[in-house]
Design a protein around this ligand. Structure first.
Ligand SMILES: N[C@@H](CCC(=O)N[C@@H](CS)C(=O)NCC(=O)O)C(=O)O
Length: 215
């Protein structure tokens, strides 16, 4: 059964797509144009009632929330493709810890920067300098903690690539390549080396090449 992935051009969806590529899972994409408001169409809301992308359909099974989708496929296809959940219960615990850190500490200020720095450039949305300043301060604090962690281990959860690393890629890409805020990464030696490593994986290159246009 080929997995259907809705809204491939959005950053949260790319998190899912990288996971599918790493797990060697066949998928097809269904375009959802958020600029045209297609994510609020009644038919789409039947799949994702909160009106955001992504959502996946796997036969009769529907699932939304990008991190939940990644966890689902990493578990379902445990023995296929790259192992993304760690090999021991402790490694799994650390993968979960850093996935939570990504969702609750990294993502909110990174998302606010995208909304207030990148979106105004792309679609003329309004920008609040106070939000930009506060978000950058929060992100600096988070990235200083990452620097400490990554000076001791190659990846966030340990010396193995995992879902925790994947989850950061799309928004880090915005920060480094789309918002002229690459210094946040490049000023931190270990974070910078980690970014170079995870962003040069064939899975991310493939997703970027296929679905580069993103918001
Ligand atoms: N927690 C959700 C968030 C998804 C999300 O924010 N998607 C954005 C695109 S990256 C979206 O659909 N934005 C449109 C909107 O908020 O109206 C997930 O991880 O799946």
């Amino acid at each position: 059964m080929v997995v259907k992935v809705y809204g491939p051009h959005c950053a949260s969806t790319k998190r899912v797509l990288v996971c599918l590529v790493e797990k060697e899972i066949e998928f097809e994409v269904v375009p959802v144009d958020v600029f045209k408001g297609q994510h609020k169409d009644p038919e789409y809301l039947k799949l994702q009632p909160f009106g955001v992308v992504p959502v996946i359909k796997d036969g009769d099974f529907t699932l939304y929330e990008s991190r939940a989708i990644m966890r689902y496929y990493a578990e379902k296809y445990r023995s296929q493709g790259v192992e993304l959940l760690g090999r021991t219960i402790e490694e799994r615990g650390l993968v979960e810890q850093w996935l939570e850190v990504e969702a609750h500490n990294f993502h909110p200020p990174a998302y606010n920067l995208v909304i207030h720095v990148l979106f105004p450039q792309l679609v003329g949305a309004t920008s609040d300098p106070k939000v930009i300043e506060e978000s950058e301060t929060k992100l600096v604090h988070v990235l200083n903690i990452y620097e400490e962690r990554l000076s001791k281990s190659k990846y966030l959860a340990g010396d193995f690539f995992s879902l925790a690393d994947i989850s950061h890629i799309p928004f880090l890409d915005y920060i480094v390549n789309n918002m002229e805020k690459g210094y946040l990464i490049r000023d931190r030696k270990s974070v910078s080396a980690w970014w170079d490593d995870i962003s040069s994986r064939p899975s991310w290159k493939k997703v970027l090449q296929l679905y580069r246009v993103s918001i």
